[in-house]
Design a binder for this molecule. Structure first.
Ligand code: ZN
Length: 146
């Protein structure tokens, strides 16, 4: 399991924490991507929530993700008015993680003309004042501590 920290900072919108999602965001601030596994039906789920989305059990447990997966789908946004990347292109990806979990995020540090479904990626946490946001970068099989 790569232990990943990042000096990159997040400049986009930030989450509003609720009692239900606070453990997820607290873990993200510490560099852990939390998924959940149901103790009753053994299925995984994301987004983080108080009940199992498969069987409605409340016996769900935190499941720290390895933070490594494959691009399941992606879109390169070339024309936008968001201000992201100084108006330059950026990639939105859906990463497939453990248990088939699909996780929507941004892809950073990648050649946007060479992105492909199936590419291996790993999580990076970009900090903001009160926490950190998970984004993904091409898999490097090493710690990200830049
Ligand atoms: Zn369940």
């Amino acid at each position: 399991v790569p232990s990943i920290t990042s000096a990159h900072s997040w400049a986009g919108p930030v989450p509003t924490l609720s009692p239900e999602t606070k453990p997820y965001w607290d873990a993200a601030a510490e560099g852990t991507l939390l998924l959940q596994k149901c103790a009753d039906c053994q299925k995984m789920q994301y987004p983080y929530r108080a009940q199992c989305c498969h069987c409605w059990s409340t016996q769900i447990e935190d499941y720290p993700s390895a933070g490594v997966g494959h691009i399941w789908s992606y879109s390169v946004v070339r024309r936008h008015r968001t201000g992201k990347n100084g108006g330059g292109p950026y990639a939105v990806i859906v990463v497939e993680l453990e248990g088939g979990i699909k996780f929507m995020s941004n892809l950073e540090e990648a050649d946007l003309d060479a992105v492909a479904i199936g590419d291996a990626v790993q999580v990076r946490f970009d900090g903001y004042a009160e926490g950190a946001i998970p984004v993904f970068v091409p898999f490097r099989d090493e710690q990200i501590d830049d």
